[in-house]
Design a protein around this ligand. Structure first.
Ligand SMILES: [Fe+2]
Length: 247
């Protein structure tokens, strides 16, 4: 479990994340509420590389009223970032998919002949509104699965409507969702109820995948924080995540 620890002076210093693949981030420049420009994107990439990330899957939002990203907008931003990483000689693998809001626009895309953007094989990252639970979640999950996709629910621990009803997490699994935890959730960054829910999900082995959901430099600073790194490795270091061949 502790072979990722690097000993310096008298005590152990943990300076890397417990995973080497990040499958949820907003590091592509200028296309959602994540990195606004290539300079910021490069700072974020350099930051996660220093934390041990060697493969990252950028997942810009696709939200009907806010971010109508398409494969064209996403691939253009991805190309820009890949060129900049190659010029800076950062040896990191970057690909892109999307984080789909489960709204009417998503249902249109799901029924469109053009395939959805998968983070790996048929795995599709989805999110709900933070304001209220999605009405027809069962139906959407069923339609995704019968269309050949496997849905992932992004950061289930962050939705307040599950905080009084942890059974909702098992119900998500029963619908066919894989569950993706945000690393920062366990630190209390999003508040105590979110940290509690994150720890419940981990303790009950309900989490399949973890990601940074990295949007900006404040997130990066929190990921780099020594106390955060200690918590990540204590809670996640002996679990297996991000091995997409096994999910
Ligand atoms: Fe996200």
């Amino acid at each position: 479990m502790f072979d990722f620890l690097k000993r310096k002076n008298n005590g152990p210093v943990i300076d890397i994340l417990p995973v080497t693949t990040d499958m949820h981030s907003h590091i592509l420049p200028g296309i959602d509420d994540g990195s606004p420009d290539i300079e910021t994107s490069m700072k974020l990439v350099q930051g996660i590389y220093a934390l041990g990330i060697r493969k990252t899957i950028a997942t810009p939002h696709i939200i009907s009223d806010l971010y109508r990203n398409t494969p064209v907008t996403i691939n253009a931003a991805l190309s820009k970032l890949k060129v900049a990483c190659a010029e800076a000689k950062i040896d990191i693998t970057i690909s892109a998919a999307a984080e789909y809001m489960l709204d009417d626009h998503f249902l249109q895309l799901l029924r469109d002949p053009l395939p959805l953007l998968a983070i790996h094989n048929n795995l599709i990252l989805t999110e709900q509104s933070f304001a209220s639970a999605t009405d027809n979640l069962h139906h959407i999950a069923f339609e995704m699965i019968t269309s050949g996709y496997r849905p992932i629910m992004a950061h289930p621990e962050r939705y307040h409507f599950y905080h009084q009803n942890y059974d909702g997490y098992s119900q998500l699994k029963d619908m066919g969702f894989l569950l993706q935890l945000n690393l920062l959730s366990v630190t209390g960054y999003y508040g105590k109820p979110v940290a509690r829910a994150a720890k419940y999900l981990l303790a009950n082995n309900l989490i399949d995948i973890v990601g940074s959901d990295l949007h900006h430099e404040r997130h990066l600073e929190m990921l780099q924080n020594p106390k955060s790194l200690q918590i990540f490795n204590e809670l996640l270091g002996d679990k297996k995540f991000n091995n997409f061949d096994e999910v």
